[in-house]
Design a protein around this ligand. Structure first.
Ligand SMILES: C[S@@+](CC[C@H](N)C(=O)[O-])C[C@H]1O[C@@H](n2cnc3c(N)ncnc32)[C@H](O)[C@@H]1O
Length: 335
């Protein structure tokens, strides 16, 4: 294999060993899934089609038949079965996986532990980082899953969203003077956006349920000689924070809140934002290949009542891996 600079990568395994490694990884991943995860519970026939469609987004019955060696009529029947289970989306001639449905019920958070156990190592984080970089080189997105144990993420290694500075898409808003009054950074992590607001001389508060993140945020405030309040607090219960805010910043929290919690979050925000106050949100956008983002329509539906949506713009959410994910940047006013 020749790198762009002309150097040669020397693999310590041959192709058969690499193939076996891939199969072993699939086994480890399957065992790490919860028992009711669709990828685990679908029967072998439909699973062949589902796995092929996962590998080949936006495909057709004909293409799947060619790749899998199944007959077209078999593929059609299996596609129908998977669509009935809502694992495939009905897109006319094109076949697409419903990633949300495929991920549903997969409450096991990360592959780290089973992987580390299989490799007989204690350093789960290091193994996961290796896999992450491999996934990146294969062009796959690695984003935190919706039910990530955030507190554990902060304790273990640099989480992918922790870039050590504000997200550029939000910093741009700050430069334009969009942040004003009392500022709340909700799901603040290690506090970069609250500290950005504090640096502008605004009264800034950051809340997060991960105590490990709040501890780091407080340290950062001390080190940077900035005044900001940080507290462990649930974003779904902002009404009990005391006081209302003129600006609420949400960097990469919205997409992590799904199901019925979305409506709770909206109601919580309504209580925390003063009339006329603004909510600035950056979240992963929906897409293909394992994306866990949200659609523009979902944002519009969440803030359909009692809010004015000023803008939902395509943006980027940068990650510590050096890559950036497709995102939405929304500016929404509380009426
Ligand atoms: C992807 S991280 C983003 C952190 C930070 N905003 C940033 O941009 O670096 C999402 C954060 O939301 C926090 N979080 C998740 N659910 C929460 C909830 N219900 N209430 C408050 N924080 C929450 C997590 O602990 C995590 O720190």
């Amino acid at each position: 294999m020749t790198a762009s600079g002309g150097a040669r990568y020397r693999w310590g395994v041959n192709c058969v060993e690499l193939y076996q490694l891939g199969q072993r990884l699939m086994l480890i991943a399957t065992e790490a899934m919860s028992v009711d995860a669709p990828l685990r519970r679908v029967k072998p026939g439909p699973r062949v089609v589902l796995e092929d469609a996962l590998q080949n987004p936006d495909t057709t019955v004909d293409e799947i038949a060619q790749r899998t060696g199944l007959q077209q009529s078999q593929v059609s029947a299996l596609v129908q079965e998977l669509s009935g289970d809502r694992l495939l989306k009905d897109g006319g001639d094109r076949i697409e996986v419903s990633h949300k449905e495929v991920l549903r019920g997969n409450t096991r958070l990360t592959i780290d532990e089973p992987l580390a156990a299989a490799l007989r190592t204690d350093d789960a984080g290091q193994e996961a980082s290796l896999l992450e970089s491999l996934a990146r080189r294969l062009g796959m997105e690695t984003v935190p899953c919706p039910d990530t144990d955030f507190n554990e993420s902060y304790g273990r290694r640099t989480p992918p969203w922790e870039i050590g500075r504000p997200q550029p898409a939000l910093a741009e808003l700050a430069e334009e003077g969009a942040f004003r009054g009392r500022v709340l950074d909700v799901g603040c992590g290690t506090g970069e956006h609250a500290l950005l607001a504090a640096g502008l001389g605004l009264a800034a508060t950051g809340v997060d349920t991960a105590s490990a993140a709040i501890e780091i945020a407080r340290q950062k405030a001390t080190e940077r000689d900035l005044q900001a309040t940080f507290a462990v607090h649930d974003a779904l219960d902002l009404g009990t924070l005391g006081g209302q805010f003129d600006t609420v910043i949400d960097s990469a929290l919205f997409h992590a809140i799904g199901g019925t919690d979305r409506a709770r979050y909206e109601s919580s925000l309504r209580q925390a934002i003063a009339p006329g106050g603004r909510y600035f949100m950056l979240c992963f956008a929906d897409g293909k290949r394992g994306s866990r983002g949200v659609s523009r329509a979902e944002i519009e539906a969440t803030f359909g009542n009692g809010w004015r949506i000023d803008a939902i713009d395509p943006a980027k959410l940068e990650m510590s891996t050096g890559r950036a994910g497709a995102a939405w940047r929304a500016a929404i006013t509380r009426l």
